[in-house]
Design a protein around this ligand. Sequence first.
Ligand SMILES: [Zn+2]
Length: 311
Amino acid sequence: MISRRSILTALASAAFALSGLSAPASAQEPKVQAVASFSILGDLVRQVGGDRVEMTTLVGPNGDAHVFSPTPADATKVSNAKIVFVNGLGFEGWTNRLVKSSGSKAFIVTASSGVKALKNEEGHGHGHSHAGHNHGDLDPHAWQDVANAKIYVANIRDGLIKADPAGKKTYEANARSYLAKLEALDVEVKAAVGAIPKNRRKVITTHDAFGYFAKAYGMEFLAPQGVSTDAEASAADVAKIVKQIKAERIPAVFLENVSNSQLIEQIARESGAKIGGRLYSDALSDQSGPAGTYIDMIRNNVQALQGALSS
Ligand SMILES: [Zn+2]
């Protein structure tokens, strides 16, 4: 005799088959515990992982991963994780030690794997280096090029499938629909930046976080700090930027959500350039802010650039 329960199960399966969706994790099935090193990556993992994944980020909204110091609570998060996502490219050098010290057996996914990495100074014509600190040769901010975010998403999808094979269909479907959104976003950014007059596509930010954006979309970003935020810009770095702003009539300087605003305010004062707004470089805003997701972050940045540079 067919039980009531099996009829319901069969009906439910049929409904999922008809809708083309795979069945969600049932209530009793525990979610996959995932950790991402910083908020931008955390959002990408959430988009692909959906309901099957419980996400924890180490460096939260508006946080600076360059200079982060993990706490024992972070070690606990990592030791409980089944899968850990990091950016790589020298961005969060503290993760290796953290994973090791936590005793975690988590599967580690380097989201930037396969990205064509820019050298420290490539792509934004910024030729200085600070004495006494060395971040390696690579610019870690690959996520600022939407085409690279698509590579991140593919790596996240493949990592989740390895950690949780039962969710394969869900991860593939989520990744597919999100990749389509990123594709549309990339087109949107190209059009928006393309509409800014060429001679005005040059701005100042606190640190060199926009090399990939610059290269992908045809802009120039200059910064008194290098690709990390862990050393202060010297007086000579600041003087050089001020001189350059005046000589090249650079229209605007931008605050960053992860950096102290004093440096940019000083540069604006000394150069006469206006403050064009705030760019989200290495972290999302709070959920209630204008850059609570990766897509909103990119849109917000592009709108800020357009607003300051268009006329
Ligand atoms: Zn940075």
